[in-house]
Design a protein around this ligand. Sequence first.
Ligand SMILES: Cc1cc2nc3c(=O)[nH]c(=O)nc-3n(C[C@H](O)[C@H](O)[C@H](O)COP(=O)(O)OP(=O)(O)OC[C@H]3O[C@@H](n4cnc5c(N)ncnc54)[C@H](O)[C@@H]3O)c2cc1C
Length: 407
Amino acid sequence: MHDTRSVVIVGANIAGMTAARALAGRISVKVYEPTAALEWLPNIHELISGLKRPHNLRVERGPLLARGGHDWHRQRVVAIDPHRHQLTLEDGSEQLFSQLIVAIGGVHYSGTVPGAAEYAMPFKSVADCQRIGIRLQQLASRPGPMRVVIVGAGVEGVEALGEVLRRFGRRPGLSIKVIDSRERILRNLPAAVDETIRRHCATWPVEFCLGERVAALDGEQIQLQSGLSLAADIVIWTGGVGAHPLLHASHLSDDSGFAPVSAELHNDHADGIYVVGDAVSRVAGVELERQAYHAIDMARVAAANVLATRAGRSLQSYRAAMKPQLITFGELDTFMVSGERVVASPSLRLLKEAIYQAGIAGFDHRRGDRRLWGLWRRILDSGIDGSIDSLRHPATLLGWARVRILE
Ligand SMILES: Cc1cc2nc3c(=O)[nH]c(=O)nc-3n(C[C@H](O)[C@H](O)[C@H](O)COP(=O)(O)OP(=O)(O)OC[C@H]3O[C@@H](n4cnc5c(N)ncnc54)[C@H](O)[C@@H]3O)c2cc1C
């Protein structure tokens, strides 16, 4: 028999914490999450330039879960048995569940490239990007060349490049190489974004090595499959999110390693198990971009369906909202992309900043003055007060806004 009282959430970052918040005050759930603080990942690239600091991107999850009446266990789940409805935890203990929300996201992925695990720096967490920022600062403060290689010309790679240029772009001896196996920067987005980024980079020491694959890394040498060899003082690996191995090990995944779900977000292979956020491969057969807003919306639907099941009501379906994507390119530009439409302007960064502020404030457990003070501190720390100051001077504002529609 299943323990009908135990609803469990595994993984409590953006999706898991959203589900916990949606269930707060309604039912008490057990939450399994090994790390202390929620991390707002969409802005971690700003740690590279120092525009944000680690505390700007973290929110302690303990008080929020306690206030919601939830029971937080700082443990990693090492196995899920979908048939017995049972979890195994890293200390070897077991936990039965009646309904389970799996929100374990993805993992840093550098494939099977020899040397990548040893020599490339991952780009997947606050700690990762903090380490990259520190390493870049060390390189910048010593004499001689500063050879930066970024693997991946997707969103993370472009945002990382923008922040390296923001902070170190004028350092003598800087050279940056961006490697991607595809021929286009941001290959899923309209070609105008690729062209604009290349134009911006024409006056900076940036070289794009597109259509190239990394074959091996060995200390300061990167070997490409084409036979080319590059020297690097730092290799930043942004090349994609890999499937969490727990999904395959628990028979929740498809061939991609991620977990397919129905429109109600039930895992295709298991009853009573919802999968949400970056861990999902397809919703009702449709593939989605791994975006925070999808993770948040899915988590709300899964939480509503947990409650509906308990109350014997019919389940909700998840409908993916198509919101525009915002990609920052340091201080040079920001792109807002909706389908084939692209609007670009450095000033759109304020919009991404507003989304960050709203997102992180949503997880801030404090009330009243303390919450407002936290918000104010984050705004001051973000360095946007200087940008807001320019709003007082219309001429400056017009020059600074430079809003363009890219065709
Ligand atoms: C560099 C970067 C830039 C991004 N930019 C944007 C952007 O501009 N806009 C946007 O919308 N999205 C962006 N995203 C994507 C967005 O951050 C993700 O879609 C979102 O974080 C997914 O949330 P999640 O909760 O599913 O997974 P995650 O945020 O990855 O959280 C997974 C959680 O599960 C926990 N966990 C893992 N394994 C276990 C286990 N075995 N047991 C218990 N807990 C476990 C982890 O500790 C973690 O807390 C970006 C992501 C990155 C990495």
